[in-house]
Design a protein around this ligand. Structure first.
Ligand SMILES: [Zn+2]
Length: 283
């Protein structure tokens, strides 16, 4: 059964531009979205990432959170007729501050699924402030609650099918335990790639400050080598997936390892941000 991806809007972040693309516009501020992904059409609703806890917590990284009432995860799910308690799995691309901040809004029988390496890495002290205490402590609570947490060893097992049409894979980029989520839609495979790509235009389409058009630019925020970052992006672009969906940029349509378009999220379809209109004021 083909799955559908609904893009959720968890608010924006303002941050320094070279954090996103290495060496870009040093000292200038950029504003980027923070997306989540609701996967519908399977046996249960599945959510990928939960955004950041609140605006104040982004200040701990010297960034500015722009999260408003309509960006609350409950509201974003309600736009698609889904309640917090309906979500069967929360999948995390990784556990950075802007990806796992609302897990404690969900009941313990919603299972949070993480690559084990990412949980280990989150308490390693490497990239320390990007893994905030309340978010990680909540995951420890889940670890001690049967059914609340599921850990995978994707770096060793290879891809794992979570349910028909939905597969988890080791990303091998951005953080040590980042996970890609492969989704089979009616219009082809879509890969949710977390922060393995921050900015399609300046890293992939017209890579800034590199020696040639095939030489992707890395982000200013990664945990492994630059070679590893480039390979992780290469792997995505050569995967044969039709859509690649990062968390801080619009989805890209890919063909022959090139970006041939950007998904128009306003058009209802297998990947959309369409918000069903609801009558809040009964006649
Ligand atoms: Zn992020």
């Amino acid at each position: 059964m083909p799955l559908e991806i609904k893009i959720l809007d968890y608010g924006d972040i303002e941050l320094e531009s070279s954090f996103l693309v290495l060496g870009r516009d040093c000292g200038r501020t950029r504003r980027v979205p923070v997306y989540g992904f609701l996967i519908l059409g399977g046996r249960w609703p599945v959510l990928v990432d939960t955004g950041y806890r609140d605006n104040a917590i982004m200040g701990s990284l010297g960034m500015r959170g722009l999260q408003f009432h309509e960006n609350m995860v409950e509201r974003q799910l309600a736009n698609h007729g889904v309640k917090v308690g309906d979500v069967r799995y929360i999948l995390h691309t990784h556990l950075h501050i802007d990806h796992a901040g609302k897990d404690d809004c969900f009941p313990m029988n919603t299972t949070v699924v993480i690559n084990r390496r990412e949980l280990e890495y989150s308490v390693s002290g490497l990239m320390h402030p990007q893994y905030p205490k309340p978010d990680i402590l909540h995951l420890v609570e889940r670890l001690h609650t049967p059914g609340a947490l599921r850990l995978e060893d994707l770096d060793q097992s290879g891809p794992i099918e979570l349910m028909p049409g939905l597969t988890l894979a080791h990303a091998d980029g951005h953080t040590e335990g980042s996970m890609n989520v492969h989704v089979e839609t009616a219009d082809g495979t879509a890969i949710i790639c977390g922060d393995v790509i921050y900015d399609f235009n300046d890293q992939i389409i017209e890579p800034q400050r590199t020696f040639g058009p095939e030489e992707y630019q890395v982000t200013g925020n990664h945990s492994g080598s630059k070679r590893r970052e480039k390979a992780a992006m290469r792997k995505l672009m050569h995967s044969g997936a039709k859509y690649i969906l990062p968390v801080h940029d619009k989805p890209a349509v890919v063909q022959g390892a090139r970006v041939v378009g950007r998904a128009d999220m306003a058009i209802p379809g297998p990947i959309s941000q369409s918000v069903p209109r609801r009558d809040w004021f009964p006649a």
